[in-house]
Write a protein that binds this ligand. Structure first.
Ligand SMILES: NC(=O)c1ccc[n+]([C@@H]2O[C@H](COP(=O)([O-])OP(=O)(O)OC[C@H]3O[C@@H](n4cnc5c(N)ncnc54)[C@H](OP(=O)(O)O)[C@@H]3O)[C@@H](O)[C@H]2O)c1
Length: 158
C-alpha cells in the first residue's frame, strides 16, 4: 500500500527537509545516498535490521547514533543479522542507548514540550480508536502500518 500522506506529513507539517517511505524503496542504501548525498551526521535509531545496516554504510566519520529502539526486530523468531557494524570502527562512530541515564530530566522534558506544543513549535498527530475492544487490533496495527501518528485507545470518555 502506498502511503504518500505520511511523507507529506513529515515534510509539510513537521518541517523535515526530506522524507521517504521505506516500503517504497527496494534499496535502502541507494535511497539514503540519494537523500543524504553528503552522508549522515546524527541518526536517531528506532528501526534496526536492514535500515540500520544501510544507515551504517552512509554515516559520516565521527557520526553519532542515539539508540532508542529497534522496532523491525521485535516480532521475529530470529532477529536480522547486522552486517555493517565494522563501520563503527572504520568511521569512529559513537552508538549508544542512554535514555535511562537521563530519566531524572523527564519532568523538565514534559514542561518544555508542553510549552512548545502550546506555542505551536512542536506538532503531534494521533490516531484514535474508541473502546477497549479495539485495543488488540490497534496493537497489531503498530506493526502493519495501518495507522498514522501515535496510536491511542480511548477506554472511556469522562
Ligand atoms: N527507549 C525508550 O524508552 C522507548 C520508549 C518508547 C518507544 N521506544 C522505541 O521507539 C520506537 C518507536 O516506538 P513508538 O511507540 O513511537 O511506535 P509507533 O508510534 O508505533 O511508530 C512505529 C513506527 O515504526 C515504523 N515501523 C514499524 N515496523 C517497521 C519496520 N519493520 N521497519 C521500519 N519501520 C517500521 C512504523 O512505520 P509504518 O507504520 O509505516 O510501518 C512507525 O512509523 C520503537 O523502536 C520503540 O521500541 C523506545
Amino acid at each position: 500500500m502506498s502511503l504518500p500522506t505520511q511523507v507529506n506529513l513529515v515534510k509539510n507539517k513537521f518541517g523535515y527537509d526530506e522524507a521517504f517511505n521505506y516500503k517504497e524503496e527496494p534499496h535502502l542504501n541507494a535511497a539514503l545516498k540519494r537523500y543524504f548525498p553528503k552522508g549522515i551526521d546524527i541518526y536517531f535509531e528506532n528501526v534496526g535490521g536492514p535500515m540500520l545496516d544501510a544507515v551504517l554504510l552512509n554515516m559520516r566519520i565521527k557520526g553519532r547514533i542515539a539508540v532508542c529502539g529497534m522496532i523491525s526486530q521485535y516480532n521475529l523468531e530470529k532477529p536480522d543479522g547486522v552486517q555493517n557494524l565494522f563501520c563503527l570502527v572504520s568511521k569512529r562512530i559513537r552508538m549508544e542507548f542512554n535514555v535511562l541515564d537521563y530519566y531524572h530530566l523527564y519532568p523538565k522534558f514534559l514542561e518544555l514540550t508542553h510549552q512548545y506544543i502550546k506555542e505551536g513549535k512542536i506538532f503531534y498527530v494521533e490516531d484514535t480508536v474508541e473502546g477497549l475492544e479495539q485495543a488488540p487490533a490497534a496493537l497489531i496495527g503498530l506493526f502493519t502500518g495501518s495507522k498514522v501518528g501515535k496510536q491511542v485507545v480511548v477506554v472511556a470518555r469522562e
